[in-house]
Design a protein around this ligand. Sequence first.
Ligand code: URA
Length: 240
Amino acid sequence: MGEIVRLQKYIAMSGVASRRAAEELISSGRVFVNNQKIKELGTKVEIGADTVMVDNEIISPEVKKYYIMLNKPVGYVSTVSDQFDRPTVLDLIGEEIKSRIFPVGRLDYDTSGLLLLTNDGDFTYKVTHPKFNMDKTYVATIKGGITPKGLSQLRSGVVIEDGFKTSPAEVEMILCEKGYTKIQITIHEGKNRQVRKMFEAVGCKVTELDRIKIGTVELGNLPLGRWRYLTSHEISYLTK
Ligand code: URA
């Protein structure tokens, strides 16, 4: 939900008039909210949701842009709401952000790790559009082991669905223990459940999946379930 403010404040925030002058605009019937003339001064409007017009022109306040990184735990959906009422990643953000933010791309319910959120549609476009080939790096834990042939198939590309062959991926085994193996994998495509399907294609079952990096932007030691603002360096790198 966007911030809720009095109509005269909304008009002032939009740079159209001072609050005092905005009150006069409202009283004289020159202001419409959602196509209805409003003459009451106490009226509240929601930034980003209500449409406000002054003299037949839509006005909107400068909305501050937010760029956030969250360490998403398993058990949260990365959508704004969920048809099954499961917790959403927005439940982890809290009250500090007074704007309607949304996840940049998706992580599965059963995937953890680096998820970006913003209220800037251009940013989302640049980070998620396939033509920008943004690398995403995951650590996958698989049951048992993987053969050298499996690793090299993942590296050169595997068919995961409807004849779709994945692009070459960077794949590195980082831990091999009795019963499980951890593999770091970097891809730039974003098919649904792509990493899990790639491992399935070489006969491996992913038991845990954690995203640790988008491009060169790293999750680092951000605790699970916590978020932080991106640095200006990270924002300009992701939008370059
Ligand atoms: N690949 C997957 O399988 N799941 C994710 O959440 C992201 C990439």
